[in-house]
Design a protein around this ligand. Structure first.
Ligand code: F6P
Length: 326
């Protein structure tokens, strides 16, 4: 394996709070270890179109507290084609970049894996997604901040739900994973969470709605994970309105505000540790691994495991939610 002298760094897919803290940690740890660093703008697209800038320590000053990503991000169709990846490889050679650190979610790490295998190119991934859906890591960069944002929003909705004695379906992100919905529900004392991992039949929904409106309660909040499997908050609300016209139902879709904001302390620390670990991994000659965290220890997770396996929902959490929402 040729010696690594210059490391390229990019963010890809949906942005997540803490990505900037990760960019800072990768850049500074790399420079500390004697590498050159190049920032690649707009994810894999910028790799193909050569939007690349040499990074010094000052390029990452004053960003640890900022949401979003200073490198910008994109979802790039061209990189899914062999022609697109060939263009990307040519640019890496031209820019004399010998290794990449890719910060992103499932789709971004899938692209990294394909490219790394095709060109025998060293890549280390950092799990940057609010969805927390990558296998092999207890948590992902951005998840904690998004969860806190959900909590603040739902607390506010609770005030109006209680005042009007309404049933609210609140939709949160997560693509096909229920981590944000389930833990968001526990954190806000919601009556239920509807997540793609657990199917909800109409009779269960009835029980859930009735439970929500027992005499001791005058409002009800159900957190719904976005997903074609759950039907989303709109779909569920429509079903409930039809079946139970006596309930005053409202829907809130939290949407992209969940991705914004200054990262929490947990996300800044996680991103800093993971960014530094990405450089350790390259120094240890690790290739094609995602940095994960398990029981507060940094671990290396091979790309194929992180991407291919479904991360399971902890069923104890469901049980806790059920017991606490009586
Ligand atoms: O993967 C992160 C995520 O925020 C998902 O939760 C959501 O389904 C998706 O990205 C939304 O993507 P976009 O910003 O392209 O609409």
């Amino acid at each position: 394996m040729a010696q690594i002298k210059c490391i390229g760094i990019l963010t890809s897919g949906g942005d997540a709070p803490g990505m900037n803290a990760a960019i800072r940690a990768v850049t500074r740890s790399a420079i500390y270890a004697g590498f050159r660093v190049k920032g690649i703008y707009r994810g894999y697209r910028g790799l193909i179109t050569d939007e690349i800038v040499e990074f010094k320590t000052q390029n990452v000053s004053n960003i640890i507290q900022q949401g979003g990503t200073i490198l910008k991000t994109a979802r790039c169709k061209e990189f899914t084609t062999p022609e697109g990846r060939k263009q990307a490889f040519d640019i890496l050679q031209k820019e004399e970049i010998d290794a990449l650190v890719v910060i992103g979610g499932d789709g971004s790490l899938t692209g990294a894996r394909v490219f790394a295998t095709e060109y025998n190119f060293p890549i280390v991934g950092l799990p940057g997604t609010i969805d927390n859906d990558l296998f092999g890591t207890d948590t992902t960069i951005g998840y904690d901040t998004a969860l806190n944002t959900i909590m603040e929003c739902v607390d506010k909705i609770r005030d109006t739900a209680t005042s009007h004695e309404r049933l609210f379906f609140i939709e949160v992100m997560g693509r096909d994973a229920g981590f944000l919905a389930l833990n968001g529900a526990i954190a806000t004392g919601a009556e239920a969470a509807i997540i793609p991992e657990i199917s909800v039949e109409i009779d269960q929904l009835e029980e859930l709605v009735k439970n929500g409106f027992r005499k001791s309660k005058n409002s009800s909040i159900v957190i719904v994970a976005e997903s074609p499997i759950t039907g989303g908050a709109m779909g569920l609300a429509e079903r409930v309105k039809k079946e139970y016209p006596q309930y005053d139902v409202r829907v809130t879709i939290l949407g992209h505000l969940q991705r914004g904001g200054s990262p929490s302390a947990s996300d800044r620390i996680l991103a800093s540790r993971m960014g530094a670990a990405a450089i350790d991994a390259l120094l240890e000659d690790q290739r094609n691994v995602m940095i994960g965290i398990r029981n507060d220890e940094i671990v290396y997770v091979p790309f194929f495991k992180a991407i291919k396996n479904d991360k399971p929902i902890n069923r104890d959490l469901l049980n806790t939610l059920r017991r606490l929402s009586i």
